[in-house]
Design a protein. Structure first.
Length: 340
């Protein structure tokens, strides 16, 4: 076979291949009419479980990977010293309550003294008016009455002080009980333990973290789109997520966030053209009920593509119709293995 003939055949083959690739691209563009696609990665909100007060870790109740529910105790801090302070505070509270009773009794005594002083003053005044008693006796009785009145006011003030002391004692008891309750470190939301950061016996300062939790109710893919796409996307816009690790499955989602300002495209994001330097950050969130059904599949960092509707009348092609694996939580799944 001549060289020229071989060259012609190679050119024809190359042209056919190029034409086939071009046809595939046109087919893909036709299938994605009214849609936009970008690559991103799954992100799960992390929650730090930390101690509010300094202390020693008494017990860690979870391991990495454990599923926990909101309110579950993740760790306990040592409260021996606080319990001693609480016992002392309760004793002070009882003492303050007794102080109120003593102050009330003192008021009763001072009232009786004042009543007696009033009676004696009236008697002395009556005798003096009848010239049967000296004026000095009236003055003495009046002074006794004034002293008794002042003593009563002092006793009443003492009662207010005793009440204030009792309130302070109650507040101290409440404060210590609150601190002791805060020493039980609880999960603020349902999630999966990502890292266990300490061991029992370690001493932490205030704010020291004991574990990090992945909030399985807040899972989304972060993608970046140029202005012509971001400007046509609103909150709750329909979307689809296809992960590189499982391309046969299609996850339904919705847009939950669109950045208000553009930014330079992050280095890890690959765009179709390098000319599109400014993009908008968009979050594509997965429905909470769906996450409950498939919580065991949730993993942060998985890469994939997000497809968004940018035209209201756009139709999802067959390869982007929801398709999900069997649920990992059958009790929450009902009968469905397909998304709503």
């Amino acid at each position: 076979m001549r060289l020229s003939t071989i060259l012609v055949i190679l050119v024809l083959i190359g042209g056919a291949a190029a034409g086939y690739v071009f046809w595939q691209e046109r087919q893909s563009e036709a299938a994605l009419k009214g849609l936009a696609v970008a690559n991103g990665r799954i992100e799960v909100e992390r929650v730090a479980i930390a101690t509010k007060y300094a202390g020693r870790v008494a017990d860690i109740r979870v391991d990495e990977g454990d599923l926990v529910k909101q309110g579950d105790i993740v760790a306990r801090m040592d409260t021996a010293e606080l319990q001693a302070e609480l016992a002392e505070a309760k004793a002070g509270q009882r003492q303050a309550e007794q102080g109120i009773d003593q102050a009330a009794a003192e008021i009763g005594i001072r009232k009786a003294d004042l009543e007696l002083a009033e009676i004696e003053l009236k008697r002395a005044a009556t005798l003096q008016q009848k010239n049967a008693g000296p004026v000095a006796e009236v003055d003495r009785r009046r002074a006794q009455r004034d002293v008794a009145s002042a003593s009563l006011k002092g006793a009443e003030a003492g009662l207010e002080d005793a009440k204030a002391a009792a309130l302070a004692a109650v507040a101290r008891v409440d404060r210590l009980q609150t601190i002791i309750a805060d020493m039980d470190l609880k999960a603020p939301t349902d999630g999966r333990v990502e890292y266990r950061l300490v061991k029992a016996g370690e001493v932490l300062s205030a704010g020291g973290q004991v574990a990090t939790l992945l909030d399985l109710a807040d899972v989304h893919m972060v993608v970046f789109f140029p202005t012509e796409v971001a400007g046509r996307v609103g909150l709750q816009t329909e979307a689809r997520i296809v992960l590189d690790a499982a391309p046969e499955f299609v996850i339904p989602a919705k847009v939950s966030f669109v950045a208000a300002e553009a930014q330079f495209t992050p280095k890890f994001v690959e765009t179709k053209t390098e000319r599109e330097k400014l993009t908008y950050r968009i979050k594509v969130a997965i429905d909470h009920d769906l996450l409950v059904k498939y919580r065991d599949y949730v993993k942060a960092g998985l890469t994939g593509n997000a497809y968004l509707k940018v035209e209201a009348d756009a139709v999802w092609p067959d390869f982007l119709k929801p398709n999900l694996p069997p649920p990992s939580n059958p009790q929450a799944a009902g009968d469905g293995t397909t998304a709503p």
